[in-house]
Design a protein around this ligand. Structure first.
Ligand code: AMP
Length: 543
């Protein structure tokens, strides 16, 4: 017997309608390439999204056709999110920091028909446009006064394009399982792989994001996503904020500018901000130098890479800001775990709180987790056993876009293998110890590079660090610590090595230390370990 409940499809347009009707006046503040501080509202953004939907329909786009963006976080990008997906097309966010060859590959593979870009990316696009076979037109996201001179075929001005259209548009009633957005993984090996989100997966993920133990978003919040709109849909914030009616503060091209972020947080009453660890290093360095305190910010959600202990400590003790570590990936929309305390944990000492905070967090409802050994047998949640972390859920990918033969990432019993190695404790808190390929195998045992990095990041003379495995004749691999010194700091190899004493098992302590000016980063700001391993492949360890 079926329940007697209405069967309404879960569509991104339903989020747009809700935001417009219930929080139409709630502010959206953006830094854009053409305006240092632009103010609009949810109502205006959704109204302009409908104009855009009309314009796209006039271009002859059909349901499921891909429309790409190459842009920073601002109100126009948000309008494109809603206008494109709401009208039944697929919003493909391209990461402009990728190498030109990767951008060409991604746009051709996705068969994008139109591309919306920030004016600053016009020269980049001019250099590659002759190799983009599927592209029919380009829209430059600015007004006539700021249109750059360009040699691109069929290039339009965003403001002119949408202002020529009516804001009357009936959002189509599409299947909730229809594709809504596309994002390619910033894979460090092989070609990038496309993850194709659906309306249903996006809406369910956005619902989950609002919950108190996840992002805890309400109509009273002011949210600043420093995570880019081109990185896994900014972790779902554009949708969760619209559901809750939160104010959005979008930093445009100022993503890595500590001072600009600080000022936005203070001036726009930002209560929650989200990003990868590297952006918070820039913000913390700025506040330290300028002797300033984050007075408005209440919490940060940090994920995408392990969060160093000193970062949680600095936010908590210097600024009174709660850090919530999150873990997930492009294939998971991305939310999988978020770290919040359980009842009884309020009485923890500050040190115990940090021990908990460096973990990736607990699984959130909607995303199941398990760890398995090499034979695929499930391992216990005892805080000791480590194995391959696998997930399944309504917002986890079931396949990659147009990848013939599949990627082999799914198990026969329907789980997705994340490629991460994890330990889960008795309370369900997950610790990511490594990517499978970053694990250091020493004398038949595993050493966690992430844990070593966490420890050394607490040394005041270290600005950034990475640990990689280097071949060793006896132990098969030993850890090598690669360090960027903090500005003006002098520290010796011996001082850094002795810093590990008593903090990790003695056989984990890195064999050697090398100092470098900078570490290689991926397009999403993570340390590129593949590149580091290549650089140090012939490194001769001392005995
Ligand atoms: P991406 O798809 O680019 O978002 O990358 C996802 C990967 O980032 C995961 O598979 C992890 O390896 C890593 N990652 C994300 N969050 C964390 C975290 N809290 N701790 C450690 N690694 C993380």
């Amino acid at each position: 017997m079926n329940g007697l409940m209405m069967d309404l499809p879960l569509l991104i347009s339903s989020i747009a309608q809700h935001a417009e009707r219930f929080h139409g006046n709630r502010e959206i503040v953006s830094v854009t390439g053409d305006n240092p501080l632009h103010r609009t509202s949810w109502g205006e953004v959704i109204s302009r999204a409908r104009r855009l939907a009309n314009a796209l329909q006039r271009c002859g786009l059909k349901q499921g056709d891909r429309v790409a963006t190459m842009a920073w976080n601002d109100h126009r990008h948000l309008e494109i999110y809603y206008g494109v997906s709401g009208a039944g097309f697929v919003c493909h966010t391209v990461n402009p920091r990728l190498f030109a060859e990767q951008i060409i590959y991604i746009i051709n593979h996705a068969e994008d028909r139109w591309l919306f870009i920030d004016a600053m990316f016009v020269p980049l696009l001019e250099g590659i446009s002759s190799q983009l076979a599927s592209l029919e037109g380009v829209v430059i996201m600015t007004d006539e006064a700021h249109m750059p001179k360009c040699s691109l075929d069929n290039a339009h001005c965003y403001e002119t394009l949408i202002n020529a259209q009516s804001s009357d548009f009936d959002w189509p009633a599409i299947d909730e399982n229809a594709a809504s957005a596309l994002c390619y993984t910033s894979g460090t090996t092989g070609d990038p792989k496309g993850v194709l989100y659906s309306h249903r997966s996006t809406v369910l993920h956005a619902y989950a994001g609002v919950a108190p133990d996840v992002l805890n978003l309400s109509a009273r919040d002011s949210v600043l996503p420093v995570v880019p709109l081109f990185h896994v849909n900014a972790w779902g914030v554009p949708y969760s904020a619209a559901i809750s009616g939160a104010k959005l503060v979008l930093p445009g091209p100022k993503m890595a500018d500590g001072e600009a972020l600080y000022n936005l947080m203070q001036d726009e009453d930002v209560s929650i901000s989200l990003g990868v660890p590297t952006v918070w290093l820039a913000l913390l360095q700025y506040t330290e130098k300028a002797g300033k305190r984050l007075e408005k910010l209440q919490r940060t959600v940090i994920g995408g890479a392990a969060v160093p202990r000193m970062m949680i400590e600095a936010f908590r003790d210097r600024h009174g800001v709660e850090v919530r570590q999150g873990w997930g990936m492009t294939e998971m929309s991305p939310l999988g775990t978020v770290n919040t305390p359980k009842p009884g944990m309020e009485t923890m000492t500050p040190e115990q709180q940090l021990d908990l905070g460096v973990k990736a967090g607990r699984g959130i409802y909607g995303c199941e987790l398990r760890i398995v050994d090499d034979e695929g047998h499930e391992l216990p949640w005892d805080g000791k056993a480590y194995g391959a972390l696998q997930v399944r859920g309504a917002w986890v990918c079931s396949d990659y876009f147009k990848l013939d033969g599949g990627a082999g990432a799914h198990t026969v019993d329907g789980w997705f293998d994340t490629g991460d190695v994890a330990i889960i404790d008795g309370e369900g808190y997950v610790t990511i110890t490594d990517r499978t390929k970053d694990v250091i195998k020493s004398g038949g045992e595993w050493i966690s590079s992430i844990e070593l990095e966490n420890v050394i990041m607490g040394h005041p003379a270290v600005a950034e660090a990475a640990v990689i495995g280097v071949a060793h004749p006896k132990w098969s691999e030993r850890p090598l610590l690669v360090v960027v010194r903090a500005e003006g700091e002098e520290v010796t190899e011996a001082e850094l090595v002795s810093y590990f004493d008593g903090k990790v098992a003695s056989w984990w302590v890195p064999q050697d230390v090398v100092f470098v000016d900078e570490l290689p980063h991926t397009a999403t700001g993570k340390v590129k370990k593949v590149e580091l391993r290549r650089q140090f492949v012939d490194f001769k360890l001392s005995d």
